[in-house]
Design a protein. Structure first.
Length: 270
C-alpha cells in the first residue's frame, strides 16, 4: 500500500477499538479494487465523541463505521439518515460529503445474511434476543422484517420494554423463561468479549435443537457451551463481514466479493 497526497481515509470509531478486524478486511478490499484509500481505527473516549465526529468531517475523512458504544449517538449527530437506520434507531456507517453527514445501518443486512446460513427460514421462528443496545436494535429489526416472533431480555428491563414497544416484541424477565420454546438465540451484548465475563444465564440449559448466534466474532463461553450441548452455532464474523461489504458499497459504489474479505481475515488470523 502506497500512501500519498491523494489517499482517501476511512475508519472505524469506537471504544475500545483495538480488537477490531474491520481494518484488516476493509484495507484488503481497497487493495482488491486498486482504490487509493486506507482504513484505520479511531479509538474515541465517550466524552470526546461529538467533537471527534466534527473533527473527522473537518479533516476530510470520507467515511467511518461506528461501533460500541456510539451507534445510537451517531444517529443524533447525522444530517441525513437512511430510512432503515431511522427505523432501527441506530447507525453503524457514516459517509461524509460536502452536503453533510449521511448515516446508514448495515448491521441489519449483515445479520440477516449471516443468520440465514444458520437458520434459512426465519418467518414465524421463535427467537430470543439478549441485549437492547444499538446492535440489538438492528437484529430485532431484521428479525421482525422477516416475520420472526421475538422475545427480548436485557439486564436493564426498562430499556428492553422501550425497544419492544417500538418493534412489537415481547419482554422476558429471565432468558430461562422461554428457552424451552425458542428455536434461535442471539446474543447482542458485549458479555463474552472476555472469558471472565459472568454468564447471562446458565448456558448448560441450552437444548441441542436451539441454534445459537453470538455477534461477537470469537468463540465466546456461550458458543463454547452451545457446541458442547450439540447446538448449531455461529459467531459474529460473518455478520461483521457482510455489514462491512455493505458499508464499502455505500462509500465506493463497489461490491467486494464475500470470499475476498473472508480470505483476508483468515490470513490475518493464521
Amino acid at each position: 500500500m502506497t500512501i500519498d497526497g491523494k489517499t482517501e481515509v476511512y475508519g472505524v470509531v469506537g471504544y475500545p477499538i483495538k480488537h477490531s478486524l474491520s481494518p484488516v478486511f476493509q484495507n484488503f478490499a481497497f487493495q482488491h479494487f486498486y482504490v487509493n484509500a486506507v482504513y484505520v481505527p479511531f479509538e474515541v473516549r465517550p466524552e470526546n465523541f461529538e467533537t471527534a465526529l466534527r473533527g473527522l468531517k473537518a479533516l476530510n475523512i470520507k467515511g467511518v463505521n461506528v461501533t460500541l458504544p456510539y451507534k445510537e449517538k451517531a444517529l443524533e449527530l447525522a444530517d441525513y439518515v437512511d430510512p432503515h437506520a431511522r427505523s432501527i434507531g441506530a447507525v453503524n456507517t457514516l459517509k461524509f460529503t460536502d452536503e453533510g453527514v449521511y448515516a446508514y445501518n448495515t448491521d441489519w443486512i449483515g445479520f440477516l445474511k449471516a443468520v440465514k446460513k444458520l437458520v434459512p427460514e426465519i418467518r414465524d421462528l421463535k427467537t430470543l434476543v439478549l441485549g437492547a443496545g444499538g446492535s440489538s436494535r438492528a437484529v430485532v429489526y431484521a428479525l421482525k422484517v422477516e416475520g420472526a416472533r421475538v422475545f427480548l431480555w436485557n439486564r436493564t428491563k426498562d430499556k428492553a420494554i422501550r425497544l419492544c414497544e417500538e418493534f412489537g416484541c415481547t419482554v422476558v424477565n429471565r432468558p430461562e423463561e422461554v428457552l424451552d420454546d425458542v428455536s434461535l438465540l442471539v446474543n447482542t451484548t458485549s458479555s463474552g468479549l472476555r472469558d471472565e465475563d459472568p454468564p447471562l444465564f446458565d448456558y448448560r440449559l441450552l437444548r441441542p435443537d436451539i441454534s445459537v448466534m453470538d455477534i461477537i466474532y470469537r468463540e465466546t463461553p456461550l458458543l463454547r457451551t452451545a457446541k458442547e450441548c450439540g447446538c448449531k452455532w455461529q459467531d459474529g464474523l460473518d455478520m461483521l463481514l457482510y455489514q462491512g461489504i455493505e458499508s464499502f458499497k455505500i462509500w465506493t459504489g463497489l461490491e467486494v466479493p464475500y470470499q475476498v474479505v473472508r480470505d483476508a481475515v483468515a490470513s490475518y488470523l493464521l
